[in-house]
Design a protein around this ligand. Structure first.
Ligand code: LHQ
Length: 269
């Protein structure tokens, strides 16, 4: 699959990626269809994450949607076009690489959930490291309503975010989770007024840009790994990662800044 959206024949980009002050903001940009995911859009989104992964000037990422929705999941109208890609192939070749790229990204991703996140759109939100939501946002596990199974990581993320009992309820009943309930369940860290969401998301991302990039990348990886290993392995993994972080220039800078009573200036080295 081409990495370059232009090579994929994309006339009007449906994913915007802007970098400013060490923060990459990725905006899903098909508001007329509630940012439902088409093939070009998935190609562009994957390309955006791959490009950010290589960009050492980016310290944090914000993922959001244009208009009133975060993302309505798979574009269902595209599925009705002649000869659609079989679903298993679509997932393996287009959705799963995006989820893997998000989880493998060294930089933390803040999901700024501006509106409804449905189906694979909810999965995209779950794949972020942190989420904040606008007060009108919601999460809809819409898969069952159209005879499908939760996908793009939803069955993996959901029990980890909300516990097995609530995950079963949400996945099986496909209930809509309001922003307030999402905060109560721990899916989002904060709910804010819609017009405050971009600034709030940027404020969280800015805090992340002020931390040591290497340590953040290892923290993200260690948290992820903790789900598949026992305590013994987790302890060893922490020791391994701390060995790397402890030998970094950023750790020396953190110590020096503490002693000097000044903010640290981390470089990622
Ligand atoms: C849409 C969509 C949409 C196209 C709103 N597609 N146009 C992965 C692998 C491959 C294939 C299968 O699926 C998957 C995973 C999935 O993502 S499955 C789940 C797919 N998503 C859904 O089932 C959600 C469908 N959408 C809805 O249920 C509603 O639109 C929600 C609850 C998101 C929002 O409802 P409303 O606020 O009432 O908006 P609306 O329904 O009026 O939608 C506004 C427009 O957006 C409308 O277009 P129109 O031209 O009539 O104004 C919709 O057709 C369009 N739209 N979702 N997924």
């Amino acid at each position: 699959m081409p990495d370059d959206p232009a090579a994929a024949g994309v006339a009007h980009p449906t994913v915007r990626s802007e970098i400013d002050g060490g923060i990459a903001t990725i905006t899903l940009d098909r508001p007329e269809a509630l940012n439902a995911l088409t093939i070009p859009m998935k190609t562009e989104l994957l390309a955006a994450f791959r490009s950010i992964a290589r960009d050492r000037t980016v310290r944090a990422v914000v993922l959001t949607g244009a208009g009133r929705a975060f993302c309505a999941g798979q574009d269902l109208k595209e599925r009705l076009e002649p000869d659609p890609t079989p679903l298993a192939v679509e997932l393996r070749e287009r959705y799963n690489p995006i989820i893997r790229a998000m989880r493998a990204l060294p930089q933390p991703i803040v999901g700024a959930i501006n509106g409804v996140a449905a189906g694979a759109g909810a999965s995209l939100a779950f794949a972020c490291d942190l989420r904040i939501a606008a007060d009108g946002a919601s999460f809809v596990l819409a898969f069952g309503r159209i005879g499908l199974v939760p996908d793009s990581g939803a069955t993996w993320f959901l029990p980890r975010l909300v516990g097995p009992a609530k995950a079963a309820e949400l996945a099986l009943l496909g209930s809509t989770v309001s922003a307030v309930d999402a905060e109560r369940l721990g899916i989002v860290v904060k709910v804010v007024a819609a017009d405050e969401l971009p600034d709030e998301a940027r404020a969280i991302a800015t805090r992340l840009t002020e931390l040591a990039p290497l340590a953040l990348a290892h923290t993200k990886r260690a948290l992820e790994r903790s789900w598949s290993v026992g305590l013994d392995d987790a302890l060893e993994d922490e020791a391994y990662r701390q060995g790397i972080a402890g030998a970094s220039a950023d750790h020396a800078e953190g110590l020096a800044a503490f002693l000097d009573k000044r903010p640290p200036r981390f470089t990622g080295e």
